[in-house]
Design a protein around this ligand. Structure first.
Ligand SMILES: Nc1nc2c(c(=O)[nH]1)N[C@H]1C(S)=C(S)[C@@H](COP(=O)(O)O)O[C@H]1N2
Ligand SMILES: [Mo]
Length: 567
């Protein structure tokens, strides 16, 4: 079969030889070529598609996507039964100078990794994000790998091996090694060992469920940590917050300014990652993203200046309100391209007196720990974790939504029928307020209980976005046949509850508990919980109708199964 492949105005053909190890004339030729395709060719084509995901993840700043892209690659590869490990034959030796010459689409795109030289021209030509990938062109992949701390490096190597065209000279390899980057995560803070680690670099971890529901206010040590990048080291003395986009040139504030020039406001607010409970979605059908359990959520007391007050001081007023629609936030954590983590929220939320958006410098009465945004993070109560930007460096008032990757190409919901080949991120709005959520923290799924206990105590959390208060939690011990109403709590056990929030400003979760007689004779119990918020929103009963390819907004009834043991 004849195959003609077009890419970015260039017409190139696939590998000319079955073995990628043979040096292809990939570099110079951007002329049209016709080449034959076989079954093996098709397999390689499909591998190259996966490689697209791999390199996109590697260089575009989405470590998680990378990890799961690899996962998927592995699965797909198992399907087609291809081995990408090929025996090495002697390969040409290239100097760093020669490699460096290949740093554009015109001259071909080469990269090195551990002394091997790879020609990835084809991939770059075909990939729409090619300009970012070009950053690695003519140089070493190591700095990128260090930043994203790929766990599955072995596997990326397997894929990369198909693109190998030669070796680097011994001398140049030595020079590279001498210049090897230090681990950008080496200055990350220590974390409590009880956290269940999703990824170490960047650090993503969540507490054991039974610890989470032990306290109404989640201690910072047990608060889930969700980092996309290394934790930046910020000197509080030289820290400056830039407030921009307003007439009069904006405002620059030191930490001291924030603390002394604006009233200190305290809000108890729950923060939940859009990926909380993703693992439940993953069980139905694989999704891409960190495989969070049920504890990518926490409740803290945040203190700081109101964003509203700062914007007013910076020149916000009715004139600005006429054109402005969004407020952008930028973190001081940056990817290899220098792009910071970023997001935006609607202006109405940012400036509303009832919005309670904070530029927080304290968490639970202490300075915000490094993992949670030291020295300043924005806290947007009722809104998805992703918009609560940590290590806040810049606030921009704008007519447009943030152009950040995390605002435009992530954190959006899709139909269960939308797959990666057809997803159009432009077609969906960015997630802001989160839907009603609840989960059972105790007992754990698979727990064994003694019949002699006679009663069973079930505990959990419930929360809804947008300031909608949780008004009820229903619990079933028989898979949803019969229900009982749980007791809700807005404070520490045995202590006075927090004052009830004004309507529409219920930012904090409620912990709930129910003690019920063990159903006689039951060998196994399927415990289910579901919450109701002040708008009478309820959780969907099952996952399939809300399944989406990124595994976000996973809020189906939470179910755990326990066994009853006769002693
Ligand atoms: N600067 C910056 N802000 C960020 C992130 C980040 O990686 N960098 N992660 C976001 C996401 S996705 C979530 S869920 C929350 C997590 O906050 P936490 O780590 O304090 O729990 O921070 C958000 N803010
Ligand atoms: Mo998140």
């Amino acid at each position: 079969m004849l195959l003609l492949r077009r890419c970015h105005g260039l017409t190139r053909c696939g590998p000319v030889s079955t073995h990628r190890h043979k040096v292809t004339p990939a570099v110079a030729s951007c002329t049209a070529r016709l080449c034959s395709s076989s079954g093996a060719e098709d397999q390689r084509l499909s591998q190259r598609t996966n490689w697209k995901h791999v390199l996109a993840g590697l260089l575009a700043g989405t470590g998680a996507v990378l990890a799961y892209g690899l996962h998927q690659h592995k699965a797909e590869q198992a399907d087609v039964g291809v081995s990408t490990l090929e025996k090495s034959s002697p390969l040409p030796i290239f100097s760093q100078d020669e490699v460096t010459k290949h740093s554009s689409l015109e001259h071909g795109v080469w990269v090195t990794y551990k002394g091997s030289v790879y020609d990835i021209t084809e991939f770059v030509a075909m990939h729409p994000g090619g300009n970012k990938i070009l950053l690695a062109a003519g140089g070493a992949l190591e700095p990128f790998w260090a930043l994203y701390a790929v766990h599955n490096q072995e596997h990326v190597l397997e894929i990369l091996s198909q693109y190998k065209v030669g070796e680097l000279t011994e001398d140049d390899l030595k020079k590279q090694r001498a210049a090897e980057p230090t681990d950008p995560f080496s200055s990350d803070p220590e974390r409590h060992p009880v956290l269940r680690i999703n990824t170490r670099k960047p650090f993503n971890g969540e507490p054991p469920p039974e610890i989470l529901s032990d306290s109404y206010i989640t201690p910072a040590a047990f608060f889930f940590k969700r980092n996309h990048l290394p934790v930046p080291q910020v000197d509080p003395a030289s820290y400056r917050l830039q407030v921009e986009g307003l007439p009069g040139g904006g405002l620059t504030l030191s930490l001291e300014d924030l603390k002394t020039k604006f009233p200190k406001h305290t809000v108890t607010a729950t923060l939940q990652c859009a990926g909380n409970r993703r693992s439940d979605m993953n069980k139905v059908k694989a999704v891409k993203g960190l495989n969070w359990g049920i504890t990518a959520i926490g409740n803290a007391r945040w203190s700081g200046a109101r964003l509203r007050d700062v914007l007013l001081a910076a020149g916000f007023g009715p004139d600005v309100a006429r054109w402005a629609r969004h407020v952008h936030f930028e973190g001081l954590d940056k990817d290899v391209t220098g792009t910071p983590y970023g997001s935006s929220i609607p202006l109405s939320k940012a400036v509303s007196e009832e919005g309670d958006v904070l530029l927080a410098y304290e968490m639970n009465g202490e300075e915000i720990p490094r993992d949670h945004g030291f020295p300043v993070r924005v806290v947007v109560p009722g809104v998805v974790g992703a918009r609560n930007v940590k290590w806040l460096g810049r606030v921009v008032v704008s007519a447009e939504e943030s152009g950040s990757h995390w605002q435009q190409h992530d954190y959006k919901g899709f139909s269960p029928g939308t797959d990666w080949d057809h997803v159009d991120f432009k077609s969906a709005p960015a997630i802001q307020e989160l839907p009603i959520q609840s989960a059972i923290t105790v007992p754990a799924d698979g727990a064994v209980i003694d019949r002699s206990d006679e009663t069973l105590t079930v505990t959990g959390y419930a929360w809804s976005g947008g300031g909608r208060e949780v008004v009820r939690v229903d619990v079933s011990l028989d898979g949803g046949e019969t229900w009982q109403v749980a007791q809700l709590r807005s404070g520490e056990k045995g202590q006075a509850p927090e004052a009830p929030p004004p309507p529409g400003r219920a930012w904090a979760w409620k912990l709930w508990e129910i003690t019920a007689p063990l159903p006689p004779e039951a060998q196994e119990l399927e415990i289910v919980c579901k919450a109701v918020d002040s708008s009478y929103n309820v959780q969907p009963d099952t996952v399939p109708p809300i399944w989406n390819l990124r595994g976000l907004l996973s809020n189906a009834w939470h179910r755990v199964t326990v066994r009853v043991r006769d002693d």
